[in-house]
Design a protein around this ligand. Sequence first.
Ligand SMILES: [Zn+2]
Length: 110
Amino acid sequence: MHEYSLVTELVEECQRRAGSRRVRSVTVRCPSTVDRVELKTLFAAASAEHHMAGARLEIETVATLWHCTCGYEGELPPEARVGHLAVCPRCSSVQPLEDALELVAVDTET
Ligand SMILES: [Zn+2]
């Protein structure tokens, strides 16, 4: 599953940053199109697997900005999203949607 690999990569990056310290919480910026509940569930599972059990996930939601070759630029309405594809609200061209999680901060015990 696509979100699962995003979350696994995120957890691995957190571990690299934390080293041997215990991770208390992780802050990420994620596009509004990503399901927050699913993200938290996946994070809980992935963090337990990677010895980061109990780490809290803080999510900052950012708008998904869409830039199309037709010149359309703006926030992507939820109905314009089909799975991991986006349909341009103006010209109806279909393009892959990038769901990127941006790691903002890793809070560790000192
Ligand atoms: Zn377009």
